[in-house]
Design a protein around this ligand. Structure first.
Ligand code: APR
Length: 253
């Protein structure tokens, strides 16, 4: 619990945010790696702890890197999959699942590939960057099962034998069509937009808050640090989402 001046300073902002949510007909939520940080999954850009502080994205999260050295990339994804399998949704994920039942309509868009929103009970989650626990066939470009002989080296498609890759969006690749269209629609029609645990640096996801601002929605940022969106946001709740989202839910009651 935030037991200092910021808790006091936050109280009127939490009330204001709850007022906006209480009046909302449609709430659009965008989450990033920060919402899973309290579940033990590292973010990407936090200075010391972030994945990109330790690894080079161009070596691991691009189609070229996979082409160059699929084993190296798979080893890294298996390491991250282990982190995800061991993680549990936190109070922030659970608060969002509950919030969906408290407002007329909520659209949840996540940049996270960890599936923790769904495990917390959220439904209809738009997986903007895919899901790390699924495999995709590199030949048929569909989610696929692993063939038996995947055990001896790189995973192979059970249907056609082609190499499998994680079903995530790498740098330079397009967003899956369904989530992209539905997310743009939600950002363009919502009256409250919650931006939670994202640095708002990576497009097109970062453009969703801008679209909401343009249509006059109330944009609320939840993040312990400043981001590219902070200056433009209607309200900034500065703190960890695992603490502030349950507080927001209580203020809504
Ligand atoms: N609660 C809320 N926010 C937090 C918390 C927390 N407990 N801890 C850290 N944050 C914030 C950080 O301050 C930072 O602004 O989460 C943000 C994480 O930012 P990034 O690491 O850049 O992650 P994200 O915005 O999700 O990255 C976008 O980039 O690398 C690609 O595909 C990857 O989906 C990812 C995309």
């Amino acid at each position: 619990m935030v037991e200092n001046d910021s808790a006091v300073a936050l109280a009127p902002l939490i009330t204001e945010a709850a007022d906006a949510l209480r009046k909302a007909r449609h709430v659009c939520v965008l989450t990033g790696a920060g919402i899973s940080a309290e579940s033990g999954i590292p973010t990407f850009r936090d200075a010391l702890t972030g994945l990109w502080a330790k690894f080079r994205p161009e070596d691991l999260a691009t189609p070229e890197a996979f082409e160059r050295d699929p084993k190296f990339v798979w080893d890294w994804y298996e390491y991250r999959r282990e982190l995800v399998r061991r993680a549990e949704p936190n109070a922030g994920h659970r608060a969002l699942a509950e919030l969906a039942g408290r407002v007329p309509k909520l659209t949840l868009v996540t940049q996270n590939v960890d599936g923790l929103h769904q495990r917390a009970g959220s439904t209809g989650v738009l997986e903007y960057h895919g899901n790390i626990l699924r495999d995709r066939c590199t030949a048929e470009q569909v989610v696929a099962d692993r063939s038996e002989d995947s055990r001896h080296g790189l995973p192979r498609c059970a249907a056609c034998g082609a190499l499998l890759r994680p079903d995530v969006v790498w740098f330079g690749e397009p967003i899956p069509r369904g989530p992209m269209i539905a997310a743009a629609e939600a950002a363009g029609t919502c009256d409250v937009f919650l931006s939670i645990g994202t640095s708002s640096l990576v497009y097109p996801a970062a453009g969703l808050a801008e679209a909401a601002l343009q249509r006059g929605a109330t944009v609320i940022e939840v993040n312990p640090g400043r981001t590219e969106l902070s200056d433009a946001a209607s309200l900034v709740l500065a703190g960890p989402s695992g603490e502030l989202l349950p507080r927001l839910l209580r203020a809504l009651a």
